[in-house]
Design a binder for this molecule. Sequence first.
Ligand code: FAD
Length: 363
Amino acid sequence: MDCKPLRVDVAVAGAGVAGLWLANLLVERGLSVAVCDPGPVGGRQTIASQGIIHSGVKYALGDASWRSSALEAMPDRWRACLAGRGEIDLRGVPVHAEHVHLFSATTGGKARTALASRLLAARSRRLAAEQVPPFGRGLLMALDDFVIDVPALIRRLANPLATRVVRRRVQPGDEDIDASVFLFAAGAGNEALAARAGFGNGTMQRRPLRQVVVRLRTAVPLFAHCLSATFATEPDMTITSHGSALYIGGEVAGDGARPFGEQVERVRRLLAETCPGVDLRGAEFHAFAIDRAEPAHSRARRGAFAERRGNCILCWPVKLALVPRLGDLVVGLLGDLQPRSEAWRGDSAAQLRFAEPPWQCPC
Ligand SMILES: Cc1cc2nc3c(=O)[nH]c(=O)nc-3n(C[C@H](O)[C@H](O)[C@H](O)COP(=O)(O)OP(=O)(O)OC[C@H]3O[C@@H](n4cnc5c(N)ncnc54)[C@H](O)[C@@H]3O)c2cc1C
């Protein structure tokens, strides 16, 4: 970059799924966009996410009446994009699983019936547990949610932006960037940007998680929310498979302060209880810490969030699945933004560096 400020219509802070998705929508409108991120393309939370495009069915576990029309609409929006009929062309991004299973090892018949009726009322169907070998005896449902390949999604979204990604942090009060609009899609980095841009303090909350990667000797395709013997309102574990690695989040990952060794033991026990068909002999367990960054509870709950102050828009998707909804909100806040004259058209020498998913890292 030379010393002249970068003149763009929109400067996007963050190259996670939010920044990449929004930048695609803006480029499509003919706007000049710079996607700024000091780190690799793919963000922090995004590359660590499990890639489940879910409609909120699992929340029926805790509250049978819980509904979110925004979340319910997401699987169909994503399917349209994956088929090349949506707002962003995602053809070629692999779908790892067409359905996510929900398995409950709960022994009490009453609890099991209650679970089934809550979920059946939503988008799911019941299966015989013996149809899916890794699970033990219990209740098995196929949810209408599906799982996408997140690293492939990131590459697909980055493709049209290859010349527009700039390896730098957006600073509060940045004078090196001359933008009509600043879009803060920086995950945890939004906290500092928001405070400086007048959104006030306390805009964001962090939820520290402790995810677990289990490297098996043999690959087992497993995409499931698992509930152990205790009847729970949240899945104890959410498992996705990536080659021969199982990647585990869910309630068990919710205590970010739990010592690594203890975490690994809990996961080992839960796997043995719910998925006895998974051969854990010789398996290697690794735990790692990551924060979820979301708007503070007072601002939004389980929904995508976007707010505008002056020429700054602050946003969090809250879930990968909700990024299309975030796109709607941000496009609405941008209104009729027109391209400026002599705006930056990209750097043809730019080279993209991509984030590595946790199941591929040595941990
Ligand atoms: C373990 C885990 C599993 C998840 N699983 C799922 C799932 O299965 N399904 C689902 O729907 N959701 C899931 N989520 C939630 C989802 O991943 C996140 O909501 C989403 O990825 C957030 O994307 P983002 O782009 O806002 O943030 P991030 O991916 O965190 O990206 C933010 C980027 O901003 C950059 N940045 C920070 N500060 C600055 C700055 N000042 N200037 C420029 N750049 C900056 C960072 O370097 C980073 O690259 C999961 C989250 C986690 C943590």
